[in-house]
Design a protein around this ligand. Structure first.
Ligand code: UDX
Length: 437
């Protein structure tokens, strides 16, 4: 099929490459010419395992092209809207200007029978509004909402073989036609057994908001348990293992630590609360405010634990922060707990050095006042405390003996509960985890 992908950020660039991998002819479009140049040259504008290899493979087939001109969307049968919906400045609500602008610009390229498939995470009601606009100027084109659930770090796998597809489609013949078009797009994963649900627009939009809210709630739940563990001397990691063995609960997303960050969970739960408020259903989601509060509180807690770890005052203390990305296998520093903790420690007088295998460049742009060091051993040298805040494999593999020889004081704060306390303690370290004795 001929497909256009509007917006080549994290979601769109991966989606475009994956659709070409599935055998389609794809044009990826973005207003950012620099990004288009990078992608056309086979370079991913962000770190995502497997994406550079996939880009090289599909660009060589000639099935994937990139352009900064919306006119190049003409001729595609399915147009995927993949632009961002960031949090509005000073508000909880999502900023819809990129979705609206992309949709408006696309209208000129549409032909009868085309399907416009929204993938961006949007406030419920957006699809119905866009469908009305579409009906006014292209009554024979169809709008579908097809939310995306990819995780950074696993984006290629999650796009090619997701857990499920969700199609929000209109009733009647248009809905049947849109479903058939999307089934053709996803023929390969569907034929391998990937489940697919069809729903109305509002349900499809809400599936995404609800899924992210549930994940955020799970993380804040275990972080709340960590708070209780801290005052009782209990161990949240054993607690998580034990409750996770109940199949109704499940062990995934029960890792207590510095909390969730990134470009999705924090802003998506806030946008969901804002939208519920507009719809008069704010009470239904007031618990998400608590989820958000617990999450933000984790960051403050780590600052306090660090202060205690270095003897009561942060002034002039050399702190090495291991990890800047919001999670491992990503260079994304948007709302990264690690960076916000590093910045807060620096504000309170500590001398902070941040290291990360991939995210230093992005981190430096956001927090130029922090010091950065790419070499792990150099970063750790002379530190009064190490803070593991993003659990990259290379940090999990640090030897307590080796690290013990280069730091000033053997203090480790394991903000992700991934180190082996006994191994560090027996090497003479003062080990502190989150919610564990
Ligand atoms: C998330 C959703 O998982 C994905 O389905 C959606 O499409 C986009 O948002 P992503 O932002 O890539 O994906 O990250 P995710 O793997 O969900 O992690 C989010 C944050 O939660 C990270 O900061 C991570 O470190 C943290 N986390 C995750 C925990 O603190 N504990 C856990 O147990 C799991």
């Amino acid at each position: 099929m001929r497909i256009s992908v509007i917006g080549c950020g994290y979601l769109g660039a991966v989606h475009a490459a994956c659709m070409a991998k599935l055998g389609h002819d794809v044009i990826g479009i973005d207003v950012d010419e620099r990004k288009i140049g990078e992608l056309q040259a086979g370079r991913a504008p962000f770190f995502e395992p497997g994406l550079p290899e996939l880009l090289e493979e599909v660009l060589a087939t000639g099935r994937l092209k990139f352009s900064s001109s919306m006119a190049d969307a003409k001729g595609a049968q399915v147009h995927f809207l993949c632009v961002g919906t960031p949090q509005r400045k000073g508000e909880y609500a999502a900023d819809m200007r990129y979705v609206d602008a992309a949709f408006l610009a696309l209208l000129d390229s549409l032909e009868p029978g085309n399907v416009v498939a929204g993938k961006s995470t949007v406030p419920v009601g957006t699809a119905a509004r866009l469908a009305d606009d579409l009906a006014d100027c292209h009554p024979e084109a169809i709008l579908a909402w097809n939310p995306e659930f990819l995780r950074e770090g696993f984006a290629v796998k999650d796009t090619l073989t997701p857990d499920r597809f969700v199609y929000g489609v209109p009733e009647g013949a248009a809905g049947i036609a849109a479903t058939a078009a999307l089934d053709e797009v996803y023929y390969t994963p569907l034929s391998m057994g990937t489940r697919r649900l069809t729903a109305d627009y509002a349900t499809a939009e809400l599936v995404k908001a609800a899924a992210n809210s549930f994940l955020a709630t799970k993380i804040s739940f275990i972080n709340a348990m960590a708070e209780v563990c801290e005052v009782t001397g209990a161990d949240v990691t054993v607690l998580a293992d034990a409750i996770g063995m109940d199949e109704r609960i499940g062990r995934k997303f029960l890792n207590a630590g510095v909390g969730f960050g990134g470009g999705c969970l924090p802003k998506d739960i806030r946008a969901f609360m804002a939208r519920a408020g507009e719809l008069g259903a704010n009470q239904a989601l007031t618990f998400l405010r608590e989820v958000d509060d617990i999450n933000v509180r984790r960051r403050m807690r780590v600052v306090e634990l660090t202060r205690t770890l270095v003897g009561g005052s942060l002034l002039g203390k050399r702190i090495t922060v291991l990890g800047a990305a919001f999670k491992p296998n990503s260079d994304d520093v948007r709302d990264s707990p690690a960076l916000s903790i590093a910045a807060q420690l620096q504000l309170q007088g500590a001398d902070v050095t941040v290291t990360d295998p991939e995210a230093i460049e992005g981190a430096r742009r956001r927090f130029p006042e922090l010091s950065y060091e790419a070499d792990l051993e150099t970063a750790m040298a002379q530190a009064d405390a190490l803070l593991l805040l993003t659990e990259w494999d290379e940090y999990r593999a640090i030897s307590p003996e080796m690290a013990g020889e280069i730091v000033s004081a053997k203090n480790l704060l394991d903000g992700r509960n991934v180190m082996e306390p006994a191994a560090w303690r027996s090497a003479g370290w003062n080990y502190k985890g989150i919610g564990r004795p």
